[in-house]
Design a binder for this molecule. Structure first.
Ligand code: ATP
Ligand code: MG
Length: 559
């Protein structure tokens, strides 16, 4: 069995080299050979509703839905709810919202727990065929009997119970006669199999627990490896795409359907799960962050959840593009998060309007500009997309610029403000810094400048060239906004361990051009020279706008 998997692994990697999507190659061969007769390709996305979906799930969603779309097939949304754990309608609602937001629509929305009666019937059929037995070994004993990777296991003393006895005991398990863990139903396969999953795996266990869907109807529940192939088969799934950890479970997946003589059984295909740098993708870990208050909630803009990415300002287009670029691989690897950032930058580049925002203000007073005059400057909304038009910005004798756009003693190649230097104020005039006003500690509190009326932007002035261009806002009409800037939620410490970044978020006040007062929740902008930002969908009010940083302007991603 292990050899078989090895051979397949080699074949697959050769296939993978020949195509950028080996899954599509498999499907095309099945279509050619009519493996599924006239049936259309049918995939499914099977989340367990025990948390919010994350970017790893987005990869699986994109793959399952786009594969179905490509071949004119169908894709189900199936809740894999065979565990009687507490689940929340909140999770179910969020999963549906996330799938839709990503741009996909399922054909059917189904619950695996609806198949409990059929699964039970299937287990009974296996017992009748002599392919399953009730075992009384406890968990410790079972481990001892199981053997190791290098040694075969031993048969359970209960392995040769008669069909009649097994049927009776299984019936009694179902009727609630036994306590949790007292008995299990096992598949009768091969205790010497080199594949540990085939050493008489447990397929039903006792759990006296209430199920969200079936209540107390059942006290036995099917194990994943038995339930999943049946869920797929019952729904008529043709290609069951899952992650690599399940590769060694495939022989069991196939065994279940073979023993039940399923016609045209679904085919499990594994691909490498998405791993991202600076990101933890485990619902359990993410839930702990939510529960212990490390983050604002599942939709905290730093979270790798789809809800978090949405609130952060990521677009569905960017996430789909990212998943496409990552591709499907047969070997696990780590994808650099800068690729995701690159994708959102690419998507927003020509879509959003630019605005002036001063994050760390330094006042500028123009000494030769009339104190009672305010002009309207016309600025392009998007240099790369003229269709986005222009907007007006007030300009007066008092402005704010970024503190870092001034240096009293300039370093080499510094072309911005320093005493005596002339700089272009974006969309306005050329200004020359004449003096830096300081407080008692020597901190610069204000810059005095003069402007040249000849140099007004758009006037066709070509007299002098200046090297530096900076942005500004009018101090008299500036809108105070809140900005939430982010660093990665997860970082590596000096021992190379991934830890929670103690400083992953920072909130501060900034001065914005007045038009941002009109920003609508969820609206995205480029803050000129800073990056992309979104008006937070929850925190923005009429009086106070709050913006989340989506991503900076510069890419650290190398093609
Ligand atoms: P987690 O470990 O985060 O709880 P999970 O795999 O248990 O994730 P499920 O709800 O069972 O979560 O997953 C639904 C589907 O999403 C499965 O088919 C699973 O393989 C897929 N999936 C989960 N994480 C990733 C990932 N990082 N990359 C690709 N697919 C993933
Ligand atoms: Mg799971």
């Amino acid at each position: 069995m292990a050899d078989q998997i090895d051979i397949e692994k080699k074949e697959r990697s050769a296939e993978e080299a020949a195509s950028n999507n080996f899954i599509h190659n498999i499907i095309e061969r099945d279509l050619e050979q009519k493996t599924y007769g006239e049936r259309a390709v049918h995939t499914r996305f099977p989340p367990e509703p025990n948390g919010y979906l994350h970017i790893g799930h987005a990869k699986s969603i994109c793959l399952n839905f786009t594969t179905a779309m490509k071949y004119g097939g169908k894709c189900n949304l199936r809740y894999d709810d065979t565990n009687p754990v507490k689940e929340d309608v909140e999770y179910v609602d969020s999963i549906e919202a996330d799938v839709k937001w990503l741009g996909f629509q399922w054909d059917e929305r189904l619950w695996a727990s609806d198949y409990f009666p059929q699964m039970y019937e299937c287990a009974v059929r296996l017992i009748k065929k002599g392919k399953a037995y009730v075992c009384d070994l406890n968990a410790d004993q079972m481990r001892d009997y199981r053997g190791t990777l290098t040694e075969p296991g031993k048969d359970s003393p209960y392995r040769n119970r008669s069909v009649e006895e097994n049927l009776r005991l299984f019936e009694e398990m179902k009727a609630g006669k036994y306590a949790d863990g007292e008995k299990v139903l096992r598949a009768k396969i091969d205790m010497a199999s080199p594949n540990m999953n085939m050493r008489d795996p447990v397929i039903y266990r006792i759990a006296h627990a209430e199920h969200h869907n079936t209540g107390n109807e059942w006290c036995i529940y099917p194990m994943y490896d038995f339930a999943h192939p049946l869920e797929d088969a019952i729904e008529g799934i043709t290609h069951s795409i899952c992650t690599l950890e399940f590769e060694d479970h495939r022989p069991l997946y196939n065994w279940v359907l073979e023993e039940l003589e399923w016609v045209q059984p679904p085919k499990q295909i594994e691909f490498a799960r998405l791993n991202l740098t600076n990101t933890v993708m485990s619902k359990r870990y993410l839930k702990a962050l939510v529960d212990d208050g490390s983050v604002e909630g599942w939709d905290d803009p730093r979270m790798p959840t789809i809800a978090g990415l949405r609130r952060r300002g990521y677009t569905p287009e960017a996430i789909r593009d990212f998943c496409e670029r990552v591709g499907v691989a047969k070997a696990n690897s780590m994808v650099d998060i800068s690729l995701l950032e690159h994708c959102v930058r690419e998507d927003l580049k020509e879509k959003v309007e630019s605005r002036h925002v001063i994050m760390d203000p330094l006042k500028v007073v123009i000494t030769n500009y009339p104190a009672d005059l305010t002009e309207e400057m016309e600025l392009e909304n998007n240099k790369e997309n003229q269709a986005l038009g222009t907007r007006k910005l007030p300009f007066s004798n008092e402005l704010y610029v970024e503190r870092e756009d001034f240096m009293e003693v300039p370093v080499k190649k510094y072309f911005r403000l320093f005493p005596g230097n002339e700089v272009r104020f974006k969309g306005a005039y050329f200004l020359t810094c004449t003096e830096a006003v300081k407080d008692a500690d020597g901190t610069v509190t204000e810059l005095r400048c003069t402007y040249d009326p000849e140099t007004r932007s758009g006037s066709g002035f070509e007299g002098r060239k200046v090297k530096g261009t900076i942005h500004w806002v009018d101090a008299k009409t500036a809108e105070k906004i809140k900005v939430r800037a982010y660093d990665y939620l997860m970082i590596e410490n000096e021992n190379g361990e991934t830890i929670l970044n103690p400083e992953s978020g920072r909130e501060f006040e900034a001065y914005a051009e007045p038009s941002l007062k009109e920003a609508k929740a969820g609206q995205r902008f480029q803050f000129f020279r800073h990056g992309y930002y979104i008006a937070d969908e929850k925190l923005c009010t009429e009086e106070q706008k709050v913006f989340n940083q989506i991503v900076g302007l510069k890419s650290s991603w190398k093609k």
